[in-house]
Design a protein around this ligand. Structure first.
Ligand SMILES: *Cc1c(COP(=O)(O)O)cnc(C)c1O
Length: 456
């Protein structure tokens, strides 16, 4: 049907209407024209003729507003999982985010040596800090820990065998499965031991002329209980040393400091791992470390140098923004006494139940007012560390919970807010764990909810 025969106004006349002017200024002619065509086409299909130009342009404005909403946006993490992979893992310190922004907004000395006026190395900004904090001889960094494992295997064991305990052939979620990463790296997986028990001799018997490296994978996200045996890292280090092959230790969520100091479960540190004889240790930047996504690699000088020479390194390298943020985060580790205040991830993990309860008490009334007919209460719950740390409720926390039927309506309302609120439905209630809602963000949180729970 042509526009001449249609009772709908023409694209041109709509674009010339006074109501279109503000849209043209805000979104530009190309986008507005496309949106006008889209709305007209939809009306034609629906045979919804006879609308005034103002009504059509209001629809165009709505369509443009939806189109121009940013896809990735900040959310309130009320899931109770602090380092939630789907929600972007660790929140980083504001000064680290600022350093990233500063670097990304302009030129930096990323690979320029200000002392000599010549070429520099991007790793030099963080390798000294990493060595200082782990006791390593050398260090480098790549896109994430999966890339770090890939680079270590590809550098040390391309076409060679790598014995790994059957109890450590884990899947981390998403697409990280140890056997798959090994295959793609070009190393040949040699399974040793059994699912529940692996002994030193299983490794010794597996080592031969074709062995490129030994690998240990920190079995972070599940526990083997009952009749079990694992080979402690120091013994594995000794076996590797005796055989003259390097030991790769994938720590996953390795922490640079002993978390027991804050009452959290012990996570092996890279320093311990190196002392136990690992030639290379890999760990994530955005798990317990509390920094940006990155794969940190520390170890022996010759091994790290070989990784730097590997052409894969170029494909896996980190950009200047994340390097700048990581540098700031690593510097904060020089003062461990202040970490629990200045490192947001650690601050959330160590937040007291009483403090969380106070937040819950302050936000509960807003829900009760927004949904007067609903049963809204405060309940104890357990938060999780997340990102592969022990998958059991470890951290005593408090949630605002909402009961009743059609909880999906409330959940969808919360997901549709300008800063979406993400909770979880469990045991017939919508649970909003208040651990990650810090006092500084409460006012913004409350204002959003107060603006209308009526519809849900
Ligand atoms: C999380 C994890 C990985 C993957 O690390 P990313 O930084 O997500 O790439 C690898 N190995 C272990 C043991 C892990 O816990």
């Amino acid at each position: 049907m042509t526009e001449r025969n249609s009772p709908l106004p023409s694209v041109d006349s709509l674009l010339r209407a006074p109501e279109a002017e503000v849209l043209l200024i805000r979104f530009g002619r190309t986008a507005v024209t496309a949106a006008v065509r889209g709305v007209l086409a939809a009306r034609r299909d629906a045979r919804a003729f006879g609308a005034p130009p103002g009504g059509i342009l209001a629809e165009v404005a709505d369509a443009l507003a939806i189109r121009f909403v940013r896809s990735q946006r900040p959310v309130f993490n009320m899931t109770g999982t602090v380092l939630h992979t789907n929600l972007g893992r660790a929140p980083i310190p504001p000064e680290a985010a600022q350093a990233a922004a500063d670097a990304m907004l302009g030129a930096t000395n990323l690979e320029y040596d200000l002392a000599t006026g010549g070429r520099g190395e991007r790793n030099d900004h963080i390798s000294g800090l990493l060595c200082e904090l782990t006791g390593a001889e050398a260090a480098t960094v790549v896109n994430n820990n999966a890339a770090a494992v890939m680079l270590a295997l590809n550098t040390l064991a391309l076409g060679k065998e790598v014995p790994v305990s059957r109890g450590e052939l884990i899947e981390i979620g998403g697409a990280f499965r140890v056997p798959d990463i090994m295959a793609r790296s070009g190393a040949i997986l040699k399974e040793v031991g059994t699912t529940n028990r692996t002994h030193p001799n299983d490794y010794r018997n597996a080592i031969g002329a074709a062995t490129g490296a030994l690998m240990r994978v920190h079995r972070a996200n599940y526990a083997i209980v009952g009749f079990t045996a694992t080979v402690p890292t120091p013994i594995l280090g000794e076996i590797a040393r005796a055989a003259g092959v390097p030991l790769i230790d994938d720590l996953g969520s390795g922490s640079l400091v002993d978390l027991e100091r804050w009452g959290l479960p012990h996570e092996p540190t890279p320093r311990e791992s190196l002392a136990a004889g690992a030639a290379v240790v890999t760990f994530s930047g955005d798990k317990l470390l509390g920094g940006p996504q990155a794969g940190l690699i520390v170890g022996h000088k010759d091994v790290i140098a070989a990784m730097e020479r590997n052409p894969l390194k170029r494909a896996l390298r980190l950009d200047k923004g994340r390097l700048a943020a990581l540098e700031v985060v690593l510097r904060l580790y020089r003062d461990p006494d202040r970490l629990a205040d200045c490192m947001p991830a650690l601050r959330l993990l160590t937040r007291s139940r009483f403090d969380i309860e106070a937040t819950a008490e302050r936000i509960r009334p807003v829900f009760a007012t927004a949904w007067p007919g609903r049963d809204v209460d405060i309940r104890p719950c357990g938060s999780q560390i997340g990102s592969g740390a022990l998958p059991v409720d470890l951290l005593p926390s408090v949630a605002v919970t909402i009961g009743g039927s059609a909880l999906e309506n409330i959940r969808n309302f919360l997901l549709g807010l300008p800063k979406p609120v993400i909770g979880r439905i469990s045991g017939g209630r919508l649970m909003l764990d208040c651990r990650c809602l810090e006092p500084a963000d409460e006012a913004a949180f409350i204002a959003q909810i107060a603006q209308g729970g009526d519809t849900a």
